[in-house]
Design a binder for this molecule. Structure first.
Ligand code: SF4
Length: 172
């Protein structure tokens, strides 16, 4: 698994100040993708255990963070490895609020409860789902690029068995 970007503090990829971690590799190939170079699983730097621990240390030491965001590429194409990273993060940094971005839909990710993708979903809190649709591009949207994409409250959705949208806790 490779890392194609890392921002220790960002306000663009979710509510509040978040550490944003970009995982290389994506096969959705959305027309108008913001960063086609990240489709390549070999792009960027190897996300070694040492690099993971450096980032976990950053997160654990930063009391200003609201949480982390996982993007790509699409982290669900490396679902098992990303789950291992999250387990390591939660064990060392405690209860970290995790947003995750994907080109898959919530329905696709929950189709098989035994799949690695479902296991990764369960470890996260907010899902920004769906492929980027160029015809539905809307720059006024917060935290996503096209109007088909949804911000989903994962624990509430898994508990109720239907999609429950995430509600902002901060309003402007
Ligand atoms: S899911 Fe994201 S990274 Fe993948 S092709 Fe679509 S916009 Fe690009």
């Amino acid at each position: 698994m490779n890392l194609c970007g890392y921002y220790p503090e960002s306000i663009n990829e979710g509510e509040g100040l978040r550490a944003s971690i970009f995982i290389s590799g994506c096969r959705h190939r959305c027309k108008g993708c913001f960063s086609p170079v990240t489709w390549n699983f070999n792009y960027g730097e190897p996300f070694t255990l040492q690099r993971q621990n450096e980032i976990i240390g950053d997160i654990a030491r930063n009391p200003l963070l609201s949480g982390i965001s996982l993007l790509g590429g699409d982290p669900f194409f490396s679902a098992a490895e990303v789950s291992e990273f999250l387990d390591r993060l939660y064990a060392q940094a405690g209860a970290v609020n995790t947003w995750i971005y994907t080109g898959y839909t919530y329905e696709e990710l929950t189709a098989d409860p035994l799949a690695a993708e479902y296991a990764l979903l369960r470890r996260c809190h907010v899902l920004v789902d769906g492929r980027f649709e160029e015809a539905l591009r809307d720059t006024s949207l917060r935290y996503c690029g096209s109007s088909n994409q949804r911000l989903i409250n994962i624990p509430a959705s898994l508990a109720s068995g239907k999609v429950e949208l995430w509600e902002p806790t901060v309003r402007f």
